[in-house]
Structure formats: structure tokens, C-alpha cells
Design a protein. Structure first.
Length: 470
């Protein structure tokens, strides 16, 4: 590795360390403004020529609101507050409208800035790159932008930086919004419960117990989510967390809906009871509905608990350096659960074949990184959108070695690139967010941590085959 490559590697390592600190800060009880300023400060400290801002999309989905921009003049940022988004509205307005990165290297000549270039020039701003950030449901939430006091084209490193920071800002904003919704729900629940009579409270004791479990589930979800975020490698920043939130959202949503309906039924029967209008039939109907709702809430809490246990095991393993005994087939299926949110958005199926029911005393977190990166690499580089395909993971024992054969039937790899795919930062998909780190991470885990070997065979349009011996 030459001096330039070492310098780039050091820069990426420093960024990765910054990201871990920022994600930990996001999980604290600091205000959202403090968190956004902290994120911006981490970027501007590394490059004093960068001036950063965060704009947030309002509830109408049509205007951008001022979020944070500590190094930009207030007079300038106040002009941006309540700016309408549009295909040709500056860098940020266009990025949010188009839901894609907009790079303006020269504000003075770009059509998007023809009505605002004088304003920008007044504050010595001549370049603006903007990256939208999204929720776990892929809803655009706002934009993160980097300004320069000179005409400036972004490097590959700059593109990686703005993408990663935008992802982190998105995590912070979504966590903040989820916190507001949870506070409103708890407040409403407290007000309703406070008004109930003692006899009705006795009949709703089961509901309160289930609600307590539901709150514990939400707390455990947030805790697991934070642990998962801190354990992510830079190549898959935020992806696993989005999968956790999306997968568990359905049973929790059903549970919340069920508990809300339960409260409405209780309020209705309470009114009839107080007005001496309650009949035996009314109470029997209430009792039947209450039992059905309690079972519904319980079954969805049970499903949520199972999902959290799977995600938690993956998270713990990824951050642990200790060996443990585990069944490889079972563990791979737990990994597939953790990335199911990504898989189900495609037409790609994953099949695991295990002839020998292999159990290992090894590092499960290492295998999680290997299979997660291989599968995500296939989805990103091997198939076009809506294309059908199959990924096969075959497990065997061969001469006291564990043999893993991973194949997909995607577009394959060109022959001239095969000897470079494990090199750090090598990618043929830089413009679409490829970092070139996924396969390098796999190579280092297999050869250094697991003391094994990995090779790749491929023919264009015939898919890829990775052979791992451990």
C-alpha cells in the first residue's frame, strides 16, 4: 500500500470512529439542536473550508425549515427558512424534491441558483453539495448540505462523507420524531386511565399489564437499535437498524391499535355502567371483545419479543470478540431475519443448504459480517431492480474444514476485475453509493480472524461463486 492509499485508509478510519461517537451521542438525551450541531461540528473540524447545514422538510412536504447551520450567517439561513422545494430550486430544494444528491460546484453559473446566486455571493458562497436523508420507510425528511467559499468539485471521499453524514442525520431526526409520538401516546394513555372508576380499573388490569410490556418492548427495541447502529461497518451504515425498525413496526403497530380499541370499549362500557344502562348482553360482548383483543396484543408482543431476540443476538455477536458454540445453519437464518427488510423489497430468494448440520466453536459475529456483506453486495451489484434471482449458500465439511460455497445468478464480474475485488476501496459502482469496502471487510475477516481462505469465480451474466474454507 503506497503513501496515498495509507492516507485514504486513515481518513476512512477516522471517519468511522467519528460515526461511532456521533451515533452514541444520538442515543443520549441531548436536544435535537445539540445533536445536529455536534454532527456538523464533526465535519467542519475535519475540513475548516466546509460550511454545513441541515434543512428539515415540513409536515406539508412542500417547504424546508431551518434545522442547524452554526457556521453560516443567520441572515443567509433565515432566507432559506420555509423555502419551497422544486426540481430547480437551489441545491437543497432540488435534492429533497428529486430524492437524490444534487452537486453544484459553481453557484454563479448553475441554473438552479439563478435567482439566489447574488444572495450566495454576498456571503462568499460559491459551491453547494446537498444530500437528502430519509426515514426507515424511505420517506424524505430533509437535506444535509456542504458549502464552500470557492468553486469546488467533490472527490470520491467527499461523496462518501456527505452520504454517510446524511444517513446519520436521518437517524437522529427519525429518533427525535419517534420520541415525540411516544410522549404523546403516553400522555393520552395516562389521562384516560386517570378517569376510570375502581371497578373498571379492575377489568382493565390485564390491559395495563400488556401496556407495560409494550412500553418495555419499545424500550428494548430502542436499546437494541442503538447497539446495532454502533456495531455497523461503514459499508452498511444504518441499513440493519432500518431493518429492525421496519420488521418490528408491524406487530407493535397492531398492539398499539388493539390497546387503543380496548380503551374505547372500556370507556363505552364504563359510561353504560355509570348511567345504569349496562345489560348482561353488553357485559358479555365486552368480555368477549376484551379477551379477543388481549390475545391479539399478547400474540403480537410475543412475535416482537422473538424478533428482538434474533436481532439482539446478531448485535451482541458483532461487537463481541469471544468464541462460542453455534449451529451455522440456524445462525445464518437469524442473519436473514435481520436483513429481511432489504430482501423483501427485491425478487431475490436466499436458499441455505446444509448437508452436515455444521456446528462451530468460533466467532459468530464474524460470520454475520461475512454473510450480510455478501448478500447486500449481490443485491446491490448483481441484479437490476425487479429482477428475479436466487442466492444459494451451501455448507459442507471437507477434510476437517468447513466449506462455504456462496453463489448468485446475477450479472457477474468482468474477468479483468476479479483480481481486484478484495482490494480496499475498489468499486465499479461509486456513483451509486458503492464504497469498495464490503468485500475487503469479508477478506480480512476470513483470512485474519478466522484463519481461512476465500476465492471468487465469475462469468459475466452467469453470476458469482465465492468459496470460503475455514
Amino acid at each position: 500500500m503506497n503513501v496515498a492509499e495509507k492516507d485514504i485508509s486513515k481518513q476512512y478510519l477516522n471517519l468511522y470512529n467519528d460515526y461511532k461517537k456521533l451515533l452514541k451521542y444520538i442515543s443520549s438525551e441531548n436536544s435535537i439542536l445539540d445533536i445536529l450541531n455536534k454532527i456538523i461540528d464533526s465535519v467542519e473540524r475535519r475540513n475548516p473550508h466546509m460550511l454545513c447545514s441541515v434543512l428539515l422538510l415540513d409536515d406539508t412536504g412542500k417547504k424546508l425549515l431551518k434545522g442547524a447551520a452554526p457556521s453560516l450567517p443567520d441572515e443567509y439561513t433565515n432566507k432559506l427558512d420555509e423555502m419551497l422545494i422544486g426540481e430547480n430550486v437551489g441545491s437543497c430544494g432540488a435534492a429533497v424534491y428529486l430524492k437524490q444528491r444534487v452537486v453544484v460546484s459553481d453557484i454563479s453559473t448553475h441554473d438552479n441558483w439563478k435567482y439566489a446566486k447574488k444572495l450566495a455571493a454576498r456571503f462568499n458562497l460559491y459551491a453547494c453539495w446537498s444530500q437528502p436523508f430519509f426515514s426507515a420507510n424511505n420517506e424524505v425528511l430533509g437535506s444535509f448540505a456542504i458549502y464552500y467559499n470557492e468553486i469546488k468539485e467533490p472527490s470520491d471521499f467527499d461523496i462518501q462523507l456527505i452520504e454517510d453524514i446524511a444517513s446519520i442525520v436521518g437517524i437522529a431526526i427519525e429518533k427525535y420524531k419517534q420520541g415525540l409520538k411516544e410522549k404523546e401516546y403516553k400522555k393520552e394513555l395516562h389521562q384516560i386511565n386517570h378517569s376510570l372508576e375502581e371497578k373498571v380499573l379492575e377489568r382493565t388490569s390485564e390491559l395495563e399489564r400488556l401496556n407495560d410490556k409494550l412500553e418495555d418492548t419499545i424500550f428494548n427495541l430502542e436499546t437494541t437499535q442503538n447497539k446495532l447502529v454502533e456495531s455497523l461497518k461503514m459499508a452498511s451504515l444504518g441499513g440493519l437498524v432500518a431493518g429492525v425498525a421496519h420488521e418490528i413496526n408491524t406487530p407493535i403497530g397492531i398492539g398499539l391499535t388493539g390497546s387503543t380499541h380496548f380503551l374505547e370499549l372500556t370507556k363505552s362500557i364504563k359510561n353504560k355502567f355509570e348511567n345504569e344502562e349496562m345489560t348482561k348482553k353488553d357485559f358479555e360482548e365486552y368480555s368477549n371483545d376484551a379477551t379477543e383483543l388481549a390475545n391479539l396484543i399478547y400474540s403480537n408482543l410475543k412475535k416482537t419479543n422473538y424478533l428482538i431476540k434474533s436481532f439482539k443476538q446478531i448485535s451482541v455477536d458483532q461487537t463481541s470478540e469471544e468464541k462460542r458454540e453455534f449451529n451455522l445453519n440456524t445462525y445464518i437464518n437469524e442473519i436473514l431475519i435481520s436483513i429481511n427488510n432489504v430482501l423483501k423489497q427485491t425478487n431475490i430468494s436466499v436458499i441455505v443448504k446444509d448437508d452436515d448440520k455444521i456446528s462451530l466453536n468460533s466467532y459468530p459475529g464474524a460470520f454475520s459480517q461475512i454473510f450480510t456483506n455478501l448478500i447486500l453486495n449481490s443485491l446491490k451489484h448483481g441484479y437490476t431492480k425487479d429482477e428475479f434471482g436466487t442466492i444459494i449458500i451451501q455448507l459442507k465439511k471437507e477434510n476437517n474444514k468447513t466449506l462455504i460455497i456462496y453463489t448468485d445468478d446475477g450479472k457477474g464480474i468482468k474477468k479483468e476485475n476479479l483480481n481486484k475485488i478484495f482490494d480496499p476501496f475498489f468499486t465499479t459502482n461509486r456513483n451509486n453509493g458503492g464504497s469498495g469496502l464490503g468485500l475487503n471487510i469479508i477478506y480480512n475477516i476470513v483470512t485474519s480472524q478466522l484463519k481461512g481462505t476465500i476465492s471468487c469465480d465469475s462469468t459475466v451474466d452467469m453470476g458469482v461463486k465465492f468459496t470460503i474454507k475455514i
